[in-house]
Design a protein around this ligand. Structure first.
Ligand code: ARG
Length: 267
C-alpha cells in the first residue's frame, strides 16, 4: 500500500513538473514575434468612422489608424491594415490573420476573457439614432418600433441591460455594419439604430439634417485595444507608447484632428 502511495506522489510530482515545463514552452513571445516580422496587423471593420473607415479615395483612415500608425512608428514596425467582419473578430485574432483589434472596441467581460486588452483610451456611450424628421424623441417613443444594431457589437449588451426598453421593442434586427444600419433607416422600415455615440455624432455632422441622436444614452463604455489572449508583452509595449503619447501631447493632437477636441482618457 505504501508503495502505491509513493508511486502516486511521484507521478503527481512528475506531472506538476511537466506542466511547469510546457508552460515555459508557451511563454509569451508576442512582442519579439512582431519585432521579428516587422509589422503589426491591425484588424478593423472599415465602416466605422471616424475610428477606422474607407475615405473617398478608398484609403483606410481614422483616429485609431493615426494612433496605431504612430505607435508602430515608435515600435519600429510597419502598420498593416486588415479589414474584417466585426462579428468574426475573435476568430480572426486566434487564427493569426490579424494581431490586434483596434477599432473603437468596447471593453466587456467576455472580451476580457477571450483577449488580452489594453487600458481604456477613450469613453463612449451607446445611443439611439433616428431620422431627423422622425417624431421619435425619447427611448420610450421607440416602444413597438424596430431597432437595428451591428452583429457582435456591444449595442446588444446595452439593450440587454435595459430590459424595459428591450421588451418594449417590436423587433431587434442585426446587420453587419453601422453604415448599413444607417442606410436601412433611410430606405427600409426600421426606426432607430443603437450604436456608438462617437460614430453617430460623426454621421449626424457629416450628413447634416439627415439624422438625430436621442439625448438619453443606453450605456457608458470604454474603448480598448484587443490582442490575442496571452499576448501580454505586445499589449504592454503598446500601452507604454500610448502613455508616452498622452504625456507628449500626440494623442490629444490626433484627437483634435478627428473630433475637434481631446477625447482621450490615457494618463
Ligand atoms: N464599440 C462597439 C463594440 O465594441 C461597437 C463597435 C462596432 N464596430 C466596429 N467596427 N468597431 O462592439
Amino acid at each position: 500500500m505504501k508503495k502505491i502511495v509513493k508511486l502516486l506522489v511521484m507521478t503527481m510530482f512528475l506531472l506538476i513538473l511537466a506542466a511547469g515545463c510546457s508552460k515555459k514552452d508557451s511563454a509569451d513571445t508576442s512582442l519579439e514575434d512582431i519585432i521579428a516580422k516587422g509589422n503589426l496587423i491591425l484588424g478593423l471593420d472599415d465602416a466605422f468612422p471616424p475610428m477606422g473607415f474607407k475615405d473617398d479615395n478608398q484609403e483606410i483612415v481614422g483616429f485609431d489608424i493615426d494612433v496605431a500608425r504612430e505607435v508602430c512608428k515608435r515600435m519600429g514596425v510597419e502598420l498593416k491594415i486588415q479589414p474584417i467582419s466585426w462579428d468574426a473578430k475573435e476568430l480572426e485574432l486566434s487564427t493569426k490573420n490579424i494581431d490586434c483589434i483596434w477599432n473603437g472596441m468596447t471593453y466587456n467581460e467576455d472580451r476580457a476573457k477571450s483577449m488580452t486588452l489594453t487600458m481604456p483610451y477613450m469613453k463612449n456611450t451607446q445611443v439611439a439614432v433616428v431620422l431627423a424628421d422622425s417624431s421619435i424623441n425619447t427611448l420610450k417613443d421607440l416602444a413597438g418600433k424596430t431597432v437595428v444594431i451591428q452583429n457582435g457589437s456591444t449595442a446588444s449588451d446595452a439593450i440587454d441591460a435595459n430590459k424595459e426598453f428591450k421588451d418594449s421593442l417590436k423587433d431587434l434586427v442585426k446587420v453587419d455594419d453601422n453604415v448599413q444600419a444607417l442606410l436601412d433607416l433611410k430606405v427600409s422600415g426600421s426606426d432607430a439604430v443603437v450604436m456608438d455615440e462617437v460614430v453617430a455624432r460623426y454621421y449626424t455632422e457629416k450628413e447634416a439634417g439627415t439624422y438625430k441622436v436621442l439625448d438619453e444614452t443606453l450605456a457608458n463604455e470604454d474603448y480598448v485595444v484587443g490582442f490575442r489572449k496571452g499576448d501580454k508583452s505586445l499589449c504592454k509595449e503598446v500601452e507604454k507608447h500610448l502613455k508616452e503619447m498622452a504625456a507628449d501631447g500626440t494623442l490629444a493632437k490626433i484627437s483634435e484632428t478627428w473630433f475637434g477636441k481631446d477625447l482621450t482618457t490615457v494618463k
